[in-house]
Design a protein around this ligand. Sequence first.
Ligand code: ATP
Ligand code: MG
Length: 434
Amino acid sequence: MDVKLQAIRGMNDLLAGELPYWQRIEAAARELFADYGYREMRVPLVEHAELFKRSIGENTDIVEKEMYSFDDRGGDRLSLRPEATAGLVRAAIEHGLLHNQRQRLWTAGPMFRHERPQQGRYRQFHQIDCEAFGYPGPDIDAEVIQISARLWRKLGLGGLSLSVNSLGTPESRLRYRAVLVEYFDARREALDADSRRRLDSNPLRILDSKNPDLREVIAGAPRLLDHLDDESRRHFERFLELLSASGIAAQVEPALVRGLDYYTRTVFEWRTTALGAQDAVCSGGRYDGLVEQLGGEPTPAIGWALGIERIVALMQVAGVTAAEPAPAVYLVLSGAGAELAGLALAERVRDALPGQGVLANMEGGSFKAQLKRADKSGASVALIVGDDEVARGVAAVKWLRTGAAQQEWTWDELPQRLAAALDMHKDSGTNDGR
Ligand code: ATP
Ligand code: MG
């Protein structure tokens, strides 16, 4: 029996028609990071499994059940990266990027998590990632959030809400952990199996449970914010002031703990109500201990990651359009002589119209069929070249989107006149071909 080859579940093909959304997001992000002085960096998709275990944490959902790990032919235990921070930190240490230096960095690309595929949740998904190393104060916390807020504006997205919290230092968190365990231990019968297990391994994660039956017992739990050390409290208060001075509204959410172990102090999440259950669009926080934990010098750090798929979905729901650009020119080539001369002529036209799209007709076809293709391509103008035009060194110029009369230009004047006419077309939205 023939087995039809199909993509792996949860790993999507991104077809050309959908790509304009992606390109718009990526272009906006690239421009934005330049505006704020963040430099792009790229790291491998595959790392030693150990890196993620030591950074994200053994008792997290990602490491416990979502990682794609395998032994390679040399016997090394490797993983497809489930997020970008660990690899960036590893690389920054390895290349000495943090020796007496601060770094503002960003990266983007595919991440892999073995989750149950559903709307907005995939096994290969894509993130844009922003990280700053060497800045201990709350000002950078506000800046990285400013970047994300500006991205939403740039993309025309409204209705996103920002939740923030502070996880304190590892020491204050440990003290809080004891208080929390005591609270939940006395209410074991109200917990589900998952949370009972977490009571020993990672009790803060109980606060993160999505089980509605636990809502009440979680709401009554002692709050981490009430157990912060003084320094973390000052940091958090200043951070809130800076956000508010930047005109960014934020909701303090004491149960926001995030699913990775490496966070300290500031954590945050942008959410939407427009996408159903998969409501997290962008999340991050401070991870002051991670660089040292992975063998580098103590270096404060903060970052966020956004899921591109969810931003695309948001743009579509919000009716933000991202159109595929239509070509400017379609070259109709009718007859053997025209076909022979046509490709060279197309090159001359492209020289004059960089980035605007010049489609040459391929494989002949009747004049009428070619004009139909020209129309369907969305081109503004058809250049019609038959054997007679080749002999005279001219092309008929037919504006496809206006009622302008057909003209005839010589090949020599064609590139310049076309460039000028298309430029005018762009400004006025009409074109009379002169
Ligand atoms: P969630 O609560 O939805 O599982 P998360 O807390 O695991 O999200 P992070 O690890 O913080 O997510 O990743 C940052 C962003 O990446 C998320 O806010 C989300 O937009 C996106 N993301 C995470 N996992 C997936 C996935 N499996 N498919 C698509 N996007 C994802
Ligand atoms: Mg998750």
